[in-house]
Design a binder for this molecule. Structure first.
Ligand code: ADP
Ligand code: AMP
Length: 210
């Protein structure tokens, strides 16, 4: 398989927001484990039933579940030229498993301080059809119910986008995910951008790296 890209960063860093442009630039499909898990929860599959409790409490879903999900996803035909991973890997074990099944050419970390994360996540809403990401204050849609991208009427807010769960998600990030930065740095493929600036500027920094 050709090389894949990893979008890395804490919850609410802006990975989903930036993913659309990266997909347009590279032609690689976005593979978001969070989106895949939420779809499984909504569909009520065995995977969704297993994942739901972890997600609601802001803990990571067990590695074996996530690795199985990714292995299956990478067998799909659109993954042949590599993909854009968003929210995966999130543990060293996931990164090790990934290194056995796919080549990662670059890891782009979006860096945002913790004190910005709660306000970002608590104001997040997304289009119920195309998944475009908005924010009540920082990136509102022209009409709060209508998607600027696809015209769909109906926005969604995530059940886990509340202050208590965000704190657990941040804790999980620092304990289990942030050590991956050094893991990828040691492999010479880690680049960081300043995520604490305007969305367009973050996108420009990413484009410069790519
Ligand atoms: P992630 O995918 O990393 O969890 P999102 O892309 O969903 O993060 O962004 C989280 C929230 O922060 C969204 O409501 C989004 O509109 C907003 N956001 C994203 N990037 C920025 C930015 N650079 N400045 C301010 N708000 C942002
Ligand atoms: P996200 O959409 O990336 O914010 O993820 C939402 C939730 O899904 C997380 O809080 C975890 O419970 C779960 N999740 C998503 N991706 C992973 C992953 N790679 N490893 C473990 N849990 C994950």
């Amino acid at each position: 398989m050709a090389s894949s890209i990893v979008l890395f960063g804490p919850p609410g860093a802006g990975k989903g927001t930036q993913a659309g442009n990266i997909v347009k630039m590279t032609g690689k499909p976005q593979v978001s484990t969070g989106d895949m898990l939420r779809a499984a929860v909504t569909a009520g599959t065995a995977l969704g039933i297993e994942a739901k409790g972890y997600m609601e409490s802001g803990q990571l879903v067990p590695d074996a579940v996530i690795i199985g999900l990714i292995k299956e996803r990478l067998t799909e035909s659109d993954a042949i030229n590599g993909v854009l991973f968003d929210g995966f890997p999130r543990t060293i074990a996931q990164a090790e498993a990934l290194s056995e099944i796919a080549e990662v050419s670059i890891v782009i970390a979006i860096e945002v301080p913790d004190n910005r994360i709660v306000e970002r996540i608590c104001g997040r809403y997304t289009c119920g059809a195309c998944g475009a990401v908005y924010h009540d204050l920082f990136n509102p849609s022209n009409d709060p119910n209508v998607c600027d991208e696809c015209g769909h009427i109906g926005m969604k807010r995530r059940a886990d986008d509340n202050e208590d769960t965000v704190r657990n998600r941040l804790e999980a990030y620092h304990a289990q995910t942030s050590p991956l930065a050094d893991w990828y740095r040691e492999r010479g493929i880690f680049s960081a951008v300043n995520g604490d600036q305007d969305i367009v500027k973050v996108g420009e920094e990413i484009a410069a790296i790519l």
